[in-house]
Design a binder for this molecule. Structure first.
Ligand code: ZN
Length: 465
């Protein structure tokens, strides 16, 4: 495994000694003498136990759960059987399959059995797994904790305040409330960020939202606060959306998930990174079909930007036209695993094409060819290609090859760019960003990653994040 070289002196920090809880009953044969936990981020979490019994101890297991997840991991500790034992279990954090993001909360306990059949389960202990290579500052309230280590108090305060506003907006405009408190980790540069996230992360990753851990990890240089405020809002929105809507059956259409995140960056207007491309596409009647935006977004930078911008505009349209209550209902229906058209019909009274046409009409655009509103024309919908442009715009229109787009979309389903909600262990973090192949316009997610390109230019080998 390729480990990042830590810039700070490699100091093994004892993150927590946990005092033994004592016997559960006075006449318990098995006694815990001592137990402790020691960890180093991205290297190991080691649990140790000293116990004794009137009979030989023959079995020692360490059990743990990630707080908020259902699965329990049961592990045999290393020890030599005897009336008194020193047992140890280590989670090797250098193995990708064992990866846990910073901010993971573990609940753990021991199960000890002796030869006489006595059994002892220790009380559950909680451990907060932090990246001990940095000196974290924190701001917290009941909803979220922000961690950062570079930048002054004002930097942290602004990010914290913005994140709280973003949570308010999600509650008022979109109707989803935070289910569990979240943690946001702000790494100061791209190298530090890469050192903290999974080894499977691509070099261009700008941040990750670990849905089932309730954790957002993101790289924000203090000199790029404006971008950081938006990117943090965007990532955190995904986390909250997924918390509220995850189900075993079906995820949200991509345009809704991304659209809410983009909308939350600036509820008044589309952010500058997307507005010009979106406006141009409206002017030339080259919007993508909403149906095509339900799938992974195109990898092509121009199309990706249009996809994000258009999704944000559609979400704003829904909130302003159908109301926040309808949006809230829509998400509640999706949370049950409903199909796209079914959910839209129930909450808004229109299917995907109907919503698309209403949105288009609000922009002065004709209905989609081949839809009920335009029965005269028979044409397929669901293509990833933009609508055919009007005659006068044909020359300047960027031709999009359906096959290529479809292939890219297919590819990206397999790539880390897909923001798939993590379902179960091993963690599959949702990841922001898609590859742009060096195009400076390529800012697939994080809604405006461009400033980061400049910021991290010295650190990033590829030119996108
Ligand atoms: Zn996103």
């Amino acid at each position: 495994m390729k480990r990042m070289v830590q810039k700070l002196g490699f100091v093994l920090i004892i993150l927590g000694f946990v005092f033994w809880p004592g016997p559960t009953t006075a006449d318990e044969a098995i006694q815990v003498v001592d137990q402790a936990l020691e960890a180093d981020f991205r290297d190991h979490i080691t649990f140790t136990l000293q116990a004794e019994s009137t009979a030989e101890i023959v079995e020692v297991n360490l059990l743990y759960q990630v707080v908020g997840q259902l699965a329990t991991s049961r592990n045999e500790a290393e020890f030599t059987p005897g009336a008194s034992v020193d047992a140890e279990f280590k989670i090797d954090q250098t193995k990708p399959e064992n990866y846990m993001p910073p901010g993971t909360e573990l609940q753990y306990w021991w199960k000890i059995v002796d030869a006489a059949g006595n059994e002892l389960r220790t009380e559950k202990q909680t451990f907060l797994y932090l990246d001990n290579h940095y000196d974290w500052q924190t701001l917290e309230n009941e909803r979220l904790t922000l961690y950062w280590y570079e930048g002054d108090d004002d930097f942290g305060q602004q990010l914290f305040d913005r994140a709280n506003v973003a949570l308010d907006t999600l509650a008022t405009d979109v109707g989803i409330a935070l289910e569990n408190p979240i943690k946001i980790f702000i790494y100061a540069n791209h190298n530090d960020l890469l050192g903290a996230i999974s080894t499977s992360a691509q070099e261009w990753t700008g941040g990750q939202a670990f849905t089932t851990y309730g954790v957002v990890v993101i790289g924000v240089n203090p000199q790029q606060l404006d971008w950081g405020l938006r990117a943090t809002t965007h990532e955190m929105s995904h986390l909250v959306i997924h918390q509220a809507t995850d189900n075993p059956y079906k995820g949200l259409p991509r345009w809704l998930d991304e659209g809410i995140a983009v909308y939350n960056e600036n509820t008044e207007q589309l952010v500058d990174d997307f507005a010009p491309i979106f406006d141009q596409a409206v002017e030339k009647n080259q919007l993508m079909t909403l149906r095509s935006l339900a799938s992974p977004f195109p990898a092509d930078p121009y199309e990706a930007n249009l996809a994000y911008g258009q999704s944000g505009a559609v979400v704003k349209f829904i909130i302003e036209t159908y109301g926040s209550k309808a949006m809230s209902e829509l998400l509640a229906i999706f949370a049950e695993g409903a199909l796209d058209d079914e959910a839209l019909e129930k909450a808004l009274g229109v299917d995907t094409d109907g919503l698309d046409n209403a949105f288009r009409a609000s922009l002065g655009l004709p209905p989609l060819p081949g839809t009920a509103s335009d029965a005269s024309v028979s044409a397929e919908t669901g293509s990833t290609a933009p609508e055919e442009s009007n005659g006068d715009a044909v020359e300047t229109a960027e031709p999009v090859e359906n096959a290529a787009s479809a292939e890219q979309a297919e590819e990206s389903q397999e790539s880390p760019s897909v923001e798939a909600p993590a379902q179960s262990a091993p963690p599959q973090p949702s990841q922001e960003a898609a590859e742009s192949k060096g195009n400076p316009l390529g800012l697939p997610c994080l809604a405006g990653i461009l400033p980061l390109l400049v910021l991290f230019a010295l650190n990033v080998r590829r030119s996108n994040i």
